[in-house]
Design a protein around this ligand. Structure first.
Ligand code: ZN
Length: 134
């Protein structure tokens, strides 16, 4: 039976993704619907819906990964700034109900998602660049 959670599918390597980092508890990959190129998601490998379920130890480690990946995104993408967002619940804009943090390269304006899907080859080039700085 297919897991209904797309992030759990990615964690088990059952769905395609453009990975930039992975360890025992955390995985980072590019959003396939980026608001800006280089938009990266940092995801707990255990399925927690929101911040209210994840343990202190796991979130502490996950945010160390956020810092490390944000530095790599910054160097690879050369944006003007980096926005770090974490949404909890549909009302807060959470789309995938599996705990994750967004790292979004910024250029001075609030990003607006227009429904564009970045080409898979462009995503892989971004991922490769980011990986080279980790
Ligand atoms: Zn999940």
């Amino acid at each position: 039976m297919t897991d209904p959670c797309v992030f759990c599918q990615i964690i088990r390597h059952e769905a395609p993704y453009n990975g930039v980092y992975e360890d025992e508890t955390t995985i980072a990959f590019l959003s396939n619907r980026p608001v800006n190129p280089g938009h990266t998601l940092i995801v707990s490998k255990k399925h927690y819906e929101t911040i209210h379920q994840i343990s202190d130890e796991e979130i502490a480690h996950l945010y160390i990964v956020v810092k490390r990946v944000a530095e790599a995104v910054n160097k690879a993408i050369k944006s003007e700034g980096i926005r770090i967002v974490q949404n909890n619940g549909e009302a807060a804009g959470q789309v995938i109900p599996h705990f994750h943090v967004h790292i979004i390269p910024m250029y001075g304006q609030m990003p607006v998602f227009h429904g564009d899907i970045r080409e898979p080859s462009a995503l892989e080039k971004d991922a490769e660049k980011i990986r080279s700085f980790i």
